[in-house]
Design a protein around this ligand. Structure first.
Ligand code: EPU
Length: 337
């Protein structure tokens, strides 16, 4: 059940060649219970890995890694238009999106091609092109390592925020997400609010887009900007887009009229971190095998043999220069271990 000194090179999308002292692949819930009954978790929580697409390892991992390999997709409630689907935590996120589209269920097509697993999706409250997971999230099932039993967590208990949830805060290390229930719709009206989507659909010659058209447009946009982790190691956006008071944004706009923003509410706006980083001349920067992607300044990349601490140092330097120039602190989205 538990293996020793296992390489995690193929289990993290930065492609760092590091090892876990202890490693177990979770294919059923009974295995979780057996692990909980050992004394391995007494001193520290396990590290739960899904697709490994949001983690930066700076060293070997001296603890227990649990890989979520639970599989299964099913419709558990069907009320005509609205359906509830249950997706096991180890399922690949993008394959699950394609499955939903095949069934004719809309709601997650804008989240096509996001790397990672279903179980990781609520942790990050993944989002893209105007949609966040919490908009379709119903509830989830998890093994609670503090209580040693299965629990159900409803939407409000998950405390979703922008790339944030209970699982990154008070619940960190506590839950192993075994499955996620989503509420999808057959008569779904596609969300085309994000500028790049209508533009792309137009170039594709599509007038009344359905969910599969939106998915294809999103795939096209992502492939044109974001590096494929199978080719160049990366974890998608490395930082969050900072949320700043409207007054701060107005102040910056005087010196930088080209600055863009996304509305949040009447008091704060989001500023594209990619723009801040690009303005500090980091876009396309490379030192050794660590770099800033040439088409998306928010994505840090490993061109081959970069070490985790080289990417981390680069991230610190970027944070520092953005802070010095704009007085804005960038918060990392990626987990550092
Ligand atoms: N921009 C630049 N330079 C760049 C790239 C973008 O100045 O190199 C500016 C442009 O003005 C552009 C704006 O930033 O209009 C926004 O860029 P983009 O649409 O690429 O989105 P983003 O804000 O950089 C966020 C998410 C992505 C998600 C996209 C699309 C975060 C941290 N990132 O990126 O999510 O795919 O929107 O919705 O919120 C991820 O979380 O890993 C991720 C990839």
């Amino acid at each position: 059940m538990i293996e020793k000194n296992i390489s995690l090179k193929s289990s993290n999308t930065f492609g760092f060649d590091i090892q876990a002292d202890l490693y177990a692949e979770i294919r059923d819930i009974n295995t979780l219970l057996s692990i909980w009954k050992t004394n391995l978790l007494v001193q520290s929580s396990p590290l739960i890995l899904g697709g490994g697409s949001n983690i930066l390892f700076t060293d070997n991992y001296h603890g227990l890694v649990l890989r979520n390999s639970l599989l299964g997709k099913s419709v558990i409630q069907d009320a005509g238009d609205a359906v509830i689907v249950e997706l096991a935590g180890g399922e690949n996120w993008h394959q699950s999106v394609l499955w939903a589209i095949e069934q004719g269920f809309g709601g997650i097509e804008n989240l096509s091609l996001i790397p990672g697993s279903v179980g990781a999706a609520p942790i990050q409250n993944i989002g893209a092109y105007g949609v966040e997971l919490e908009q379709v999230f119903h509830q989830l099932h998890a093994f609670d390592f503090w209580e040693g039993k299965m629990v159900v967590l409803h939407h409000s208990e998950c405390r979703f925020g922008y790339r944030d949830s209970l699982f990154k805060r008070e619940g960190k290390g506590r839950y192993f997400i075994t499955s996620v229930e989503l509420k999808l719709h057959r008569n779904h009206v596609p969300n085309l609010s994000y500028g790049d989507i209508p533009k792309t659909l137009e170039t594709m010659g599509i007038q009344n887009p359905g969910i599969s058209d939106v998915s294809r447009a999103v795939i096209q946009i992502r492939q044109s900007k974001l590096p494929d982790p199978a080719v160049i190691g990366n974890c998608g956006s490395f930082f969050k887009n900072p949320v700043v008071p409207v007054s701060k944004y107005e102040e910056l706009k005087v010196s930088y009229p080209e600055i863009r923003s996304f509305p949040v509410n009447t008091e704060v706006v989001k500023i594209p971190a990619a723009w801040l980083i690009e303005s500090c001349n980091w876009k396309g920067f490379r030192r050794g095998d660590a770099g800033v992607h040439e088409k998306q300044a928010l994505v840090l990349v490993n061109y081959g043999n970069a070490k985790g601490n080289e990417i981390r140092s680069l991230a610190f330097e970027i944070q520092e220069s953005v802070n010095q120039r704009f007085g804005i602190e960038l918060e990392m989205e990626v987990n550092i271990r």
